[in-house]
Design a protein around this ligand. Structure first.
Ligand code: FES
Length: 60
């Protein structure tokens, strides 16, 4: 199983932990995570992984 510290977006070096923290702080969609971290602004290959984290960690 992947570690939370693993990088999820290789273009920006954004970690899973950072994305999970943003979701727990209230980010409800990929646009908010993208604007906070720059993730998805490169190759966009990380979008599916980030959406999976959104599904897993969002509380509403
Ligand atoms: S891996 Fe996230 S934009 Fe390329």
């Amino acid at each position: 199983m992947a570690e939370k510290k693993d990088i999820i977006c290789f273009c920006t070096g954004t970690t899973k932990q950072k994305v999970i923290q943003l979701i727990e702080d209230g980010a409800t969609n990929i646009e908010k995570i993208s604007s906070a971290t720059g993730a998805v602004t490169g190759c966009a290959g990380c979008d599916v992984s980030i959406m999976e984290l959104l599904d897993e960690y969002k509380t509403q």
